[in-house]
Design a protein around this ligand. Sequence first.
Ligand code: ASP
Length: 464
Amino acid sequence: MIVMKFGGTSVEDARAMNTMIEVVSRERQRNPVVVLSAIAGATNTLLGTAQFAVESKLDDANRLLNELLERHVLILENLITQRSNIQELILEVRRRFDEMKNLCQGIAILGELTNRSRDAIASVGERLSTLIVARAMVEHGLPAELVDARSFMVTDDRYVSATPLFPHIEERTRALLAPKIASGTIIVTQGFIGSTVNGITTTLGRGGSDYSAAIIGATLGAEEIQIWTDVDGVLTADPRIVTAAKKLKVISFREASELAYFGARVLHPSTILPAVKKNIPVIVLNSKRPNSTGTRIVADPPKSNAAVKSIASKKGITVINIQSTRMLMAYGFLESIFSVFSRHTTPVDLVATSEVAVSLTIDNSNQLGDIVKDLEQFAEVSVLNNKAILCIVGEQMHSTVGIADRIFRALADINVVMISQGASEINMSLVIDEAQINEAVKRLHGEFFEPIPALEIFESIGVN
Ligand code: ASP
């Protein structure tokens, strides 16, 4: 069996839903379990409604709910063909919205919005999208059945970002889903939502549908997990910077994780961890171009001639140089530095050290003033603003001679203020002036990807 997860833009309107149903039906022989997000924007709207309610702005809350209700009605009127099905679904959808209006009233009266209520409201988005799609699939002649994720996605009660309880989930997916799959049923279920052992609705955190798909795939031993989104997959560079950017056909999980920090807006690596641990390939695909091949994210990709897989960059970086002769031969010095950053809840990204100095980068400089003041208690500190990180990623880089030479030749006249290599063994990160970052990315892309170095790994975008 396979898991096919469709994100919000893949179910944003009747047309998108028709395309996704088409995509599912061509995979029918592979026993798909279909995991859906809410229609694009619905979760934000629902949470916005709850916020209005707690501020006693019930008119605004009701306006948002009515707009969302109309969107769902429009979708189902354009998607569903049988009159009786349309009427039944409209009644059902209206009932859900009436419930939400009541809930909002309660929130307004109490003047309190708990995370438990937030989850109750947010869960409606996924419950509606799946309700509509499952019915449409049946109309298309597919043996689809809606299974409420709350019957098997058991979590703890940390509402808003609940943790899945794997032993329970395994037991329930085997008991509830496996027999249906075996008998040829196409299960349609919600991503993002779950429930406590006592049956109270929870959510796995924003963007949690990918996580749901990975959990379902891992517990049922799926052959692959398809994540349908609105991007082509993982690229060799940001196409807004490099028009000749290529798509990676395959990438390792570790490479994809490094790239995630740089805004490769594909998926958050921790969400697919359950699949990676079980060695199940995750394929990112574009539902706007359903014939394109996407990017496979796998634990161990095939070896190739291409040591470098992608060039990423991030602007808005601040470098902090910390110097102290007390650091020489001392222990505990790094600990005192990092405790300052943790006290000011600021993540540190790159770090480079010498015997008497530490350089590090942050991308959130909100607490910079306080951080510097605290560091100055025990060291000399200087700050460089308007920097950017240039990151070159590839599993085989560390075992390939000559990569550093090619990088530094291509960047010969660009000043490099910091270098970090080795931590993950799969990337080299350089810090340069923000003003030169696009030029640097273009040059490195030219050096490593033009022409395409390995056809089994890369392909031009827009071929399908
Ligand atoms: N609908 C939820 C959200 O917008 C979950 C998801 O789409 O992954 O966060």
